[in-house]
Structure formats: structure tokens, C-alpha cells
Design a protein around this ligand. Structure first.
Ligand code: MG
Length: 427
């Protein structure tokens, strides 16, 4: 039921009010106090109302924050023990879903399983009539989040283009950047759950307007968020989209003191740049990065998708703090494009092969990969060789096996070799 980042589906067909009611009942059966927020999606209020009913039915004390970004909700919900965010993150407008937090961090796999078990067995704890829950509303979650960010960033007098994608960031990112001293040019920064400006995912193909606006206005940097603003991606002062691995390296170089956590599909450029810093590689998904950061007491974690975790602020990826911090760094160190050009690009090649029996194929493929070099089997099989690395993973959602290869000089050769091994395994 829970994916790597909460529950998600099309509103009113996959995620119905009936389901949301049961979900609220299940969470309320365990947690006596819950804070709930939502992004601006059209179906958000419908699903939120049903979840709230379920929570109240189980006897929970519920506090609504209204429309806020996910990191704002995660931070504010710390004092309530549990937080629920009604969002489908970077998915298109027709989707809706829930992300759940405990003490400010995404539910662990174990905590998710507890909820799934109650939903499966329908062992809901209905409260007796006099113990049904209470509902109230707070207005200061945004203000608290702003305060935390501003307390942790220095002033910066840059010109910034902020593309909030009509998502939840619209109500906070331009405000925070202005408070820091920036001149802010806003793009798609009116909350609108139909996402009329662009698709919510901050990938290059959705950001052509941001790139051209940065160029046209001579801005120092462009910022883009996804629908619930846990993600942040950037465009440099030359109007170039900064790819995820480069952004990850950019932050990691500056934040890492002893230890960081990054997923198994991230570039080796990090290892080459960070030298003696301990690098934990995790399964793909920001939840796993956060869990690992907590375990190793790391200073930074992130995913090339645009989820950046700064544990001194929060263990929830925070796109708004990431934007403020990026602006701060540029203001201190100089032109963004030049700073980026000091980070090398390692060529990457990706592919996918149709495969029905992924488990059987992966067993055969693993055996062949294991002899090539140092192996990591946390999420699929990653093998590090002298020339680069190969990652082979069964797709979680489709009958396919995916290959990622990265190599400074031998990308094509490594990719061909990996393809042959995967084709052999599928046969
Ligand atoms: Mg998101």
C-alpha cells in the first residue's frame, strides 16, 4: 500500500473518501494526537475531510494547518507525535495521496506496516461516543517554518527566479527569499491544484520557462519546486538546468564533515570529491536516506531527484530550506555557473529490458555481476569496477529490469556488457 514515499493514486478512483476514512481510522487507532495538512490539489479537501473523520472516530485530537508544504507540516507535527500530509508530491494533478510522519520524520517501514495491518484486518479502534476526537486549526505552521529557515541562513542580495509550479511552495518560498534580502521574480507562484503552469515534477523538460526567465532577467539563480515542495531543483545564472547528481555533489561538498547518506543510484563523483568522508549508500527513496542519516548521525543526505535532507533543520527533505541555503551559498561564494563547473560530469547511460519473472532473472544476473567487482545488494545489484559502476534493478512498478551505468571513459562498453548480462538472465 505504501510506496517509497507514502500512498498515492488517482483521486476518487484509487484513493476514495471511503479509503481515506479507513486510513484516518487506522492512524487514529495508534496515534492520539495528529496534525494534518494538504497541498493545493483539487481533491485535497475532499480526502482531508475523510481522513479527519476517521481520526476523530478513533478518538484522536486533530489539528489542521490548512494548505502548507510537506516540510512545513513535518516540522510542525513534531510536537503532536504524528503528522499526515494530503499530497501526491510531484505526480500530475489527478493524483492524490498521503505521506505520514512520526516526530518530524517519514514513517519507517515498520510504522507503515502497522497501519497496513489495521487496514487489512479492519481492526479499527472506534472510540465510544463521549471519547470521539476534537478538531482545531492552527495558522502558525508557515510562520514557524520561516523562522527556522531564516534563523539558519545569512542575508543574500541576489536576483532569484522562483518557479513554485503552482504548488504549496507558492505560499512560502518567495516570502523567505525576500526576507533574506533577495529580489524575487515569481513564476507559477499562485497555488492552483490543477497545476496550469507546468507539470509538478521539477525535471528539465518541465522547466523551459524557468530557464528562459533566468536568462531574460539576468538572474543569479532559478529555483523550482514540486507540488508539495519537499523537492528543489535549480537553474544556474546561464540558464542551464543543474542535473540531480551535480546538485547532490554541490551540497555534499559543503555540508559533509564526517558522514553523509545517498542512494545506491547516485554518482561516484561524490566519492571522488569527498575523500575521507563516510558515505552510506541506501535503497532508492528519501525515506531510506533519512533513516540512514539518523543511524549514522550524518550532516547531509539527498537524492538526485531533488530531495535534500539537512538534519540540523529536519529529517524531512525540505525544498524551501534547500532553496534558501543555495541562495546563501551563491551569495557567499560567487557565480553559480562557475561554482558548478568545478564539479566534473561523469557520463551516465540508462536502459530497461522487458522481463516477466524478475526474481528468477535477477538471481541469474546477480551471479554474473558479482564476479566483476565490489557488490552492493541493498536495492537491486550495484557493482563497482575500476572503470565505473553498473546498477541493475527490477522495476517496482513495471515488468522490467533497469540498468544504470556510469563511467568516466568507458560508459558505452560497460553498458553493452551489462546489457548482455541482463539479456542472458532474462532468457
Ligand atoms: Mg514531493
Amino acid at each position: 500500500m505504501f510506496g517509497s514515499s507514502g500512498i498515492r493514486g488517482v483521486a476518487n478512483t484509487e484513493i476514495t473518501p471511503q479509503f481515506a476514512l479507513d486510513f484516518g481510522l487506522a492512524v487514529g487507532s495508534i496515534y492520539p494526537e495528529v496534525m494534518i495538512g494538504r497541498d493545493p490539489r483539487v481533491s485535497g479537501q475532499m480526502i482531508e475531510s475523510a481522513v479527519v473523520s476517521g481520526l476523530l472516530s478513533a478518538g484522536s485530537k486533530v489539528v489542521k494547518t490548512g494548505m502548507v508544504p510537506t516540510p512545513t507540516l513535518a516540522l510542525a507535527s513534531k510536537e503532536y507525535g504524528c503528522g499526515i500530509m494530503i499530497t501526491a508530491s510531484h505526480n500530475p494533478a489527478r493524483y492524490i495521496g498521503m505521506k505520514v510522519f512520526k516526530n518530524g520524520m517519514s514513517f519507517t517501514t515498520k510504522e507503515q506496516k502497522e497501519i497496513e495491518e489495521i487496514l487489512r484486518t479492519e481492526k479499527f479502534s472506534y472510540a465510544s461516543w463521549e471519547k470521539t476526537g476534537s478538531l482545531s486549526q492552527t495558522d502558525n505552521a508557515l510562520e514557524c517554518h520561516c523562522e527556522v529557515i531564516l534563523k539558519n541562513t545569512r542575508r543574500a542580495g541576489l536576483r532569484v527566479v522562483a518557479d513554485c509550479g503552482n504548488g504549496a511552495a507558492s505560499v512560502i518560498t518567495p516570502y523567505v527569499l525576500r526576507k533574506m534580502g533577495c529580489e524575487v521574480i515569481m513564476l507559477n507562484s499562485q497555488p492552483d491544484g490543477t497545476f496550469p503552469g507546468r507539470e509538478p515534477e521539477p525535471v528539465e523538460e518541465n522547466l523551459s520557462m524557468l530557464k528562459s526567465t533566468v536568462r531574460a532577467t539576468g538572474a543569479d539563480v532559478g529555483i523550482a519546486h514540486d507540488g508539495d515542495a519537499d523537492r528543489m531543483m535549480a537553474v544556474d545564472n546561464k540558464g542551464r538546468f543543474v542535473n540531480g547528481d551535480k546538485m547532490l555533489a554541490f551540497f555534499a561538498m559543503r555540508e559533509a564533515k564526517k558522514a553523509i547518506a545517498i542512494p545506491v543510484d547516485s554518482s561516484r563523483v561524490i566519492d571522488d570529491l569527498l575523500g575521507k568522508i563516510h558515505i552510506s549508500r541506501t535503497k532508492v527513496g528519501d525515506v531510506y536516506v533519512a533513516e540512514e542519516l539518523k543511524k549514522i548521525d550524518g550532516e547531509f543526505g539527498g537524492e538526485p531527484s531533488g530531495a535534500w535532507i539537512f538534519p540540523k533543520i529536519s529529517l524531512c527533505p525540505d525544498g524551501i530550506y534547500a532553496a534558501a541555503h543555495l541562495v546563501e551559498i551563491i551569495s557567499q561564494e560567487g557565480e553559480f555557473g562557475e561554482l558548478l563547473d568545478t564539479i566534473p560530469d561523469y557520463p551516465v547511460k540508462r536502459g530497461a529490458f522487458p522481463c516477466q519473472d524478475r526474481i528468477k532473472a535477477m538471481a541469474k544476473i546477480s551471479k554474473k555481476l558479482e564476479v566483476l567487482g565490489k557488490v552492493n545488494t541493498l536495492d537491486g545489484v550495484r557493482v563497482d569496477t575500476e572503470d565505473g559502476w553498473i546498477l541493475v534493478r527490477p522495476s517496482g512498478t513495471e515488468p522490467k529490469i533497469r540498468i544504470t551505468v556510469e563511467s568516466k571513459n568507458k560508459c558505452a562498453e560497460l553498458f553493452d556488457m551489462a546489457s548482455d548480462i541482463v539479456k542472458g538472465g532474462i532468457k
